[in-house]
Design a protein around this ligand. Structure first.
Ligand SMILES: Nc1ncnc2c1ncn2[C@@H]1O[C@H](COP(=O)(O)OP(=O)(O)OP(=O)(O)O)[C@@H](O)[C@H]1O
Ligand SMILES: [Mg+2]
Length: 259
């Protein structure tokens, strides 16, 4: 596809005899919110692990801006501006919100070993900038009041906001969110919808896995539906909602009738 930021071509992934991804092709366009849906065990997280090179595909290719990235090391893919969150929220629990947001920034990670060891003016300049941006990020995330709270002590919804922020702090072009609303109650989902939309509006392409259909159908430009590792459909929310196989294996008749 011409305007694809990320493309999967005939990807398969076996774990021993289990085929977790079965000949799946898809394309994520620059600037869109692209969601991956499907029942438990459908292969959604595995797809993220393949995209971020945490796992190699058994066959097929993944391309970022037309360049093959399957086979690279995860840190190389991360340096190509791909960031992710994990299904189980991973934060620096003992550190404050601000410290988490400092650690998430590329500037900190890219500081050379000699600079980190011997410091100097450049190091303190970088630290000042990193701290400044951490303050801005906390505000952007709606975590202004919690800046100095230990991450592990935040309520679930705020932890989800922070884990999105931690990945966003790396200034990615493509942000992969694995169940950003997992464990968050329905009244609080709107806060996450607003945050994800604002990240997209800031120019970041988003790919998200989510079981909460209120979130998925509300914000997605396009959706990929998987079942037992196979692609069932790829299209707009309206198209995917009408797809017989998606209704049968995942959405159910009741939901499909309402959408
Ligand atoms: N590292 C692994 N080794 C062996 N099997 C795995 C591994 N990772 C995933 N699987 C299996 O691959 C299949 C797809 O799992 P995956 O975690 O991708 O599903 P999912 O769609 O993310 O499900 P959920 O909605 O429950 O998170 C499952 O049968 C799972 O048990
Ligand atoms: Mg999963």
């Amino acid at each position: 596809m011409k305007d694809a930021l990320l493309e999967g071509r005939n990807i398969s992934k076996y774990f021993g005899g289990l085929q977790a991804i079965d000949d799946v092709s898809f394309a994520i366009r620059k600037g869109e919110i692209f969601s991956v849906i499907g029942p438990n065990g459908a292969g959604k997280t595995t797809l993220f692990n393949l995209i971020t090179a945490f796992l190699p595909p058994t066959s097929g290719e993944i391309l970022l801006k037309g360049k093959i990235i399957s086979g690279l090391k995860p840190y190389k893919v991360a340096r190509m501006s791909v960031a992710r969150t994990f299904q189980l929220t991973t934060l620096f629990e003992k550190n404050t919100v601000l410290e988490n947001l400092m650690m998430g920034q590329t500037a900190t990670r890219e500081m050379g070993i000699w600079q980190a060891l011997f410091g100097g003016r450049r190091k303190s300049e970088m630290e000042t900038k990193t701290l400044e941006r951490a303050h801005q990020l906390a505000e952007f995330l709606g975590l202004d009041k919690e800046k100095n709270t230990q991450a592990g002590l935040l309520p679930q919804r705020a932890q989800k906001q922070l884990s999105i922020g931690l990945a966003y702090a790396a200034s990615p072009e493509l942000l992969l969110l694995d169940e950003p609303a997992g464990g968050v109650n329905n009244e609080e989902v709107d806060i996450l919808i607003d945050l994800i939309t604002r990240i997209r509006d800031a120019g970041v392409t988003i790919c998200l896995i989510e079981h909460k259909m209120s979130l998925v159908m509300n914000i997605s430009d396009r959706i990929l539906a998987l079942n037992f590792g196979k692609k069932l459909a790829e299209g707009t929310p309206a198209e995917v909602c009408r797809n017989e196989e998606v209704i049968k294996s995942y959405l159910g008749d009741e939901y499909a009738a309402a959408c």
